[in-house]
Design a protein around this ligand. Structure first.
Ligand SMILES: Nc1ncnc2c1ncn2[C@@H]1O[C@H](COP(=O)(O)OP(=O)(O)OP(=O)(O)O)[C@@H](O)[C@H]1O
Length: 318
């Protein structure tokens, strides 16, 4: 398969991934992926289950060291240490919610501020004037973010007691606390009802309006095609297509990939990730249709999906 070329955005480039490859033993989960995100852009990353989307995110954020390739943020090569990536200006959320379950909503956001707090250990222990001022500033900023995400009235609630949709919002608030120039969202609407999904769409637009570029992985095609300026499609670890919603929806290869067809008759790599036939609806059948019936992904469903916790966050250690 020929990898789709990277479409350089007209705006300043915030993120540039060049030839990112990630191998796990004999399995190539991500293969030579180029991707750029421009400032002010919302870029979608879609693909069938097992296509390599989360692995690619992990390569961008230092959780994995790519086997090959480079990742730069605003022209500077990113560190391979996650906290330094965050400090550089790239924040993320996770597919499975990772909040501090037994901390309050406000405390969770304050944790996200730590890369922007300059006060050292001694200052913190002695609680000197510098520390107190920094603490006040952090709390003010955290409250602004809770207002922004609609969670201010829950500031003293334990994260574990929030409804699922609010836990996802809190994850975003915490990520924003590090003042990122680029926010990576991994399936932000997974398990949400249509109302929550719409609210998340509005939230992402508001984040962009405040100057943060967004790269988002999502299986909900209505959400992706309504929201994104550009969409890249990963299949078996390779970028198959990149373009506007219209371009991606019109590409027969994308539909074939979602239906489980091999990406290339001749060159399907032996060690590529599984084609992973999936029950997901192919993108075109889930195209933007504000007036139409909800897609399978967004239809109201009394039974929470498997990835939606019955209660409380799934983890206590982000
Ligand atoms: N740490 C790992 N070790 C070995 N294989 C891995 C590891 N992480 C991911 N993989 C494999 O890499 C491939 C891509 O997985 P990945 O989770 O990135 O896909 P995805 O597109 O995010 O899928 P989904 O949409 O289901 O979340 C899969 O075959 C997966 O099993």
């Amino acid at each position: 398969m020929t990898t789709a070329p990277s479409l350089a955005p007209a705006t300043d480039t915030v993120l540039k991934a060049d030839g990112v490859t990630m191998r796990f033993g004999g399995l190539t989960a991500v293969r030579g992926v180029d991707l750029t995100v421009g400032s002010g852009e919302i870029v979608g990353l879609i693909g069938p289950n097992g296509a390599g989307k989360t692995t690619f995110f992990n390569c961008l954020t230092g959780l994995y060291v790519p086997t090959e390739g480079t990742v730069s943020y605003r022209g500077t090569r990113l560190s391979r240490k996650p906290h330094l990536v965050t400090q550089a200006g790239v924040a993320r959320t996770f597919q499975n919610i990772r909040l501090f379950a037994n901390m309050t909503v406000l405390e969770n956001v304050l944790v996200g501020r730590h890369t922007r707090t300059k006060e050292g250990l001694w200052s913190a222990l002695l609680r000197g004037p510098g520390f107190k001022k920094a603490e006040r500033t952090s709390e003010e900023r955290a409250m602004e973010l809770l207002e922004f995400t609609g969670l201010a009235h829950k500031r003293d609630h334990l994260a574990r007691n929030l409804p699922y949709g609010e836990q996802r919002k809190l994850e975003i608030a915490r990520a924003l606390a590090s003042e990122p120039g680029l926010l990576l969202l991994d399936e932000p609407t997974a398990g949400m009802n249509p109302y929550e999904t719409r609210a998340t769409q509005d939230l992402v637009l508001a984040i962009r309006a405040q100057g943060t570029a967004v790269l988002v992985i999502e299986h909900d095609m209505r959400f992706i095609f309504n929201l994104c300026d550009r969409v890249a499609v990963l299949v078996q670890g390779q970028k198959l297509v990149e373009g506007t919603a219209e371009v991606v929806q019109a590409d027969d290869r994308v539909i074939a990939a979602y239906l489980g067809a091999p990406v290339d008759d001749n060159t399907t790599p032996d060690d590529a990730a599984d084609p992973a036939p999936t029950a997901e609806t192919p993108p075109t059948t889930d195209a933007p249709d504000p007036g139409g019936a909800p897609s399978a992904d967004t239809a109201p469903d009394a039974t929470p999906p498997a990835d939606r916790p019955a209660q409380g966050p799934t983890g206590d250690t982000p």
